[in-house]
Design a protein around this ligand. Sequence first.
Ligand SMILES: [Zn+2]
Length: 496
Amino acid sequence: MTFHVLAAMFGHETNVFSRIPTTRRNFEDSIFLRDDAVLPRLGATSTEFSGLAEAAAEFGWSVRTPLAAWATPGGRVEEDTFDTCAGIIADACRDALARGQLDGILLFLHGAMSTTGHDDAEGRLLTRLREVVPAGVPIAVTLDLHANVTPEMCRGADILCAYRTYPHIDQAETARRAAGLLHRAMRREISPRLMLARAPTLTGLDDGRTTAEGPMTAALRMADAAEASGDGGVLCVSLQAGFIHSVLPEAGPSVVLTCDGEQPDQAAIADRFVRHIWDTRAYNSCTFLSPQEAMERVAARRAAPIDGPIVVADYSDNPGGGAYGDATRLLEAVLAADIGRCAYGTLYDPEAVRTLWPVPEGETATLAIGGKIDPAFGPPLTVTGTVVRKTDGTFVGGGPRWKGVRMNFGDTVVFRVGAVDILICSKRVQCTEIETFTHAGIAPAALDVVVVKSMQHFRAAFAPLASEILVVDAGALCSETRRPPGAPGTVEAARP
Ligand SMILES: [Zn+2]
């Protein structure tokens, strides 16, 4: 029997404290594809759609893909944009039902989307779909592991699987896992039901990091053991570290069990995870440095020969957490220090790009860069430099995070101030791919220092070439300084 599966992506991590609303244009700048355009563009990438393509081939599914929409994290999604995207998915469900071609639904969501009208956007989406789709049609959902899972989301879905890596490099594998369970549900081999449990904390599971041993990696081993045992009919243990830049009462770490039917020991299994989350809630594997401390460490390291660049992460100004990407405190420290050849990726400043665009390559200019959205995170810096190169800011990601996906930083200028090549771009995008630099003629491996505006995702591509990684909290929108003090971490050597 051929099953008809409707699969759609609608993903946004909403930082409700951002001043920048998220519009349809923001989705179109990143991913906004309809129907037959989806699988040709995304079916062979690191996204969930390659997992879908594999599952469809293995199970012989007939697949319909009404929408793939994903935007850089930012402020609340405008209600009109949410309605448009939710409406596309709901209408496609209605149409498929009318044709007798809807056996299951596979949704690729983030789990921390808020709109201008609703804090729990995914809960609202799933409720809306359930009004259209009968209970006998299973809905499987994949989530980012920074999802804030709510009871409403769990009422709307039957199967829920979050990523198990941070940096998130298992989107396809996660989709594959959810698809396998969906197939069994459509065959009526299992009767999936969800159990949600939370610990009363906003932070925990080491923010979901899987690049250092800690609470998340320990929890994932517990999850593997729970799934392997079959106790309580547990089919999938989904662990979410949560996303703190939210006003949802449910924001924070959670566990969701997808179980086959209802069994008495399921609550006790969920409780083991809740206790683990609670007991380890203060642990943080990152050591956060101030910009000045980071520059002192770079200077000290450079006194001895080093093998590969020192990678400095501007954690608190990460567009991937909804920060503005134009904070200047770290940039100011980098420009004031003598740290050798450096590239800085990226500084979001469309106004500066417009000013520099008419300047011929090789010519100098003086202007104020950065610090325009909220100068509290560092004022605009007036600098004199040379326009080295201009690009349209588009390239295909080499991965692992966004392998095969078209990236779009908008018009971009490489502006050299002293020995620092600053990539000034026109769109807010997290720096996760090596190609962010190489597309503009910069080879990161040949530099002394590489600065990236990213919290953790940069590690997937940059850790292999880094001699050392330093994480800076310069007090921008995604600052961690509000966190309770955790266990002392260490400055990690990426390549011992
Ligand atoms: Zn995430």
